[in-house]
Write a protein that binds this ligand. Structure first.
Ligand SMILES: NC(=O)c1ccc[n+]([C@@H]2O[C@H](COP(=O)([O-])OP(=O)(O)OC[C@H]3O[C@@H](n4cnc5c(N)ncnc54)[C@H](OP(=O)(O)O)[C@@H]3O)[C@@H](O)[C@H]2O)c1
Length: 402
């Protein structure tokens, strides 16, 4: 049976630069990880052995299903029975479960599991947040797969999820501007995770939540809307210009469309037909993707577009690149390699709490809607992540934490 050794330190990347759907070159996993080297940090010394016990189980005991186990490999009948017993004991003692949902080794969905994590202690520059909601992002499954593992080995179980909203329970040293009971949103600290009752949040990447913004909407902002905000700024869009968003229907796309539209930019977006209604509600024009996508854009914009924000990468990026003549105005969040091939570049993340405060203020003012399409409780975290891992999410998926 695998054992968990508490107290060891582990570098684990915080922001994990997004990355394309699947890294196409070995250097990308390492390079992305190294890009984030300054953001590595500590995993809380807080893991109990219970989760390691569960990893040995194979069949789905009924209770395990309720706690979101996606798939397990039977190692022994004894282990299975023990697992069922542990869960039954937990239930009979009215233990609140799960405390977190994450993984302890890299791999597919079968490595995801319920974790019993103690309440962590905030380090310098960190906030301990009682999580009310956590955003789900493609980056979560990319982290689980280990695509960003080079240089950041996983040494202990860690919760999934990189963005949360909740209530501050403790304030670490060297933190200004936050107090216990503040309602906040932010990116989780290195080594922490958001699909959990408690998360450590990097204070410099956090903002106070205005009361009129729900925890659900707030949790959807730090990564997707934050990336959209940075991208729209870096594209230096001006009123009257046109922007093509490649992959408009997901978390980044819906936010970018609204931000560009409000600058007076004409926004087109590639997406499937299922995204037409959403796209039009954003004030944008849907262009179905697939063969001939560039021709379909030219039917609307004969001279091409002024800028492209790519959220898909690979051939989908290459197939629209010729639509923009100034390639410095082609930016990607996901495939810097393909963007560089066609003369474009990558979106640079800011990530400061001050920027997040501007973004959440837009939501409070009714100028930005993260379009949360699904709110899923923590005990169904596997479903929430699966719906994003398909690559066809609609707006944002958020996990609610009771
Ligand atoms: N660098 C960073 O800091 C950073 C931050 C955030 C995100 N990212 C990356 O940026 C990408 C997008 O993130 P996201 O949160 O918006 O993802 P998401 O919410 O999962 O949405 C992905 C969207 O892409 C669309 N799509 C799939 N294949 C497409 C194609 N061939 N052409 C056009 N659209 C297509 C899907 O819509 P359909 O149903 O219409 O197919 C879906 O709505 C991800 O790779 C993510 O990892 C990077």
């Amino acid at each position: 049976m695998a054992r968990v050794t508490p107290g060891t330190r582990n570098n684990f990347t915080q922001c994990l630069a997004g990355g394309q759907s699947r890294p196409r070159h070995a250097w990308q996993t390492g390079a992305i990880a190294m890009q984030n080297a300054g953001q590595y940090g500590r995993i809380p010394d807080s893991v109990k052995g219970g989760s390691a016990l569960r990893r040995g189980v194979t069949r789905r005991p009924p209770a395990a299903e309720r706690f979101g186990f996606p798939r397990m490999n039977l190692r022994s009948r004894e282990t299975s029975l023990l697992m069922a017993e542990v869960l039954d004991v937990a239930e009979s003692r009215e233990v609140t479960m799960p405390t977190a949902y994450g993984f302890a080794r890299y791999g597919g969905t079968d490595v995801q599991e319920v974790l019993d994590l103690d309440r962590p202690t905030p380090g310098a520059g960190e906030l301990l947040v009682a999580v009310r909601a956590a955003g789900v992002n493609p980056m979560d499954w990319k982290i689980r797969e280990g695509y960003l593992a080079a240089g950041v080995p996983l040494a202990r179980p860690v919760a999934l999820g990189r963005e949360v909203a909740g209530v501050v329970e403790e304030v670490g040293q060297d933190v200004d501007g936050f107090s216990v009971h503040d309602e906040v949103l932010g990116t989780v600290a290195p080594g922490s995770g958001g699909f959990a009752e408690y998360a450590l949040v990097t204070a410099s990447a956090a903002a106070k939540k205005p009361p009129q913004v729900s925890f659900t909407d707030a949790a959807a902002l730090p990564i997707a809307a934050g990336t959209a905000y940075d991208a729209i700024g870096q594209l230096e869009l001006r009123e009257g210009e046109s922007l093509l968003i490649n992959g408009i229907g997901g978390g980044v796309g819906v936010a970018a469309a609204q931000l560009a539209r409000d600058l007076g930019v004409f926004v087109l977006g590639t997406g499937s037909e299922e995204k037409r209604e959403l796209t039009e509600a954003l004030g944008a024009t849907l262009v179905p993707y697939g063969d001939g996508v560039a021709d379909r854009v030219r039917e609307i914009m004969p001279n091409g577009v002024d800028a492209i924000l790519d959220l898909v990468g690979g051939d989908a990026l290459r197939s629209v690149a010729d639509l923009v003549s100034d390639r410095s105005r082609l930016l990607t969040t996901t495939d810097p390699d393909a963007a560089a091939d066609v003369g474009g570049g990558g979106v640079e993340r800011d990530g400061r709490g001050a920027v997040l405060a501007e973004i959440v203020a837009l939501v409070a003012d009714g100028k930005l809607d993260p379009h949360v399409s699904d709110v899923v409780p923590l005990d169904r975290a596997a479903e929430a992540l699966a719906s994003v891992e398909t690559g066809h999410a609609r707006g944002k998926v958020v996990i609610s934490v009771p």
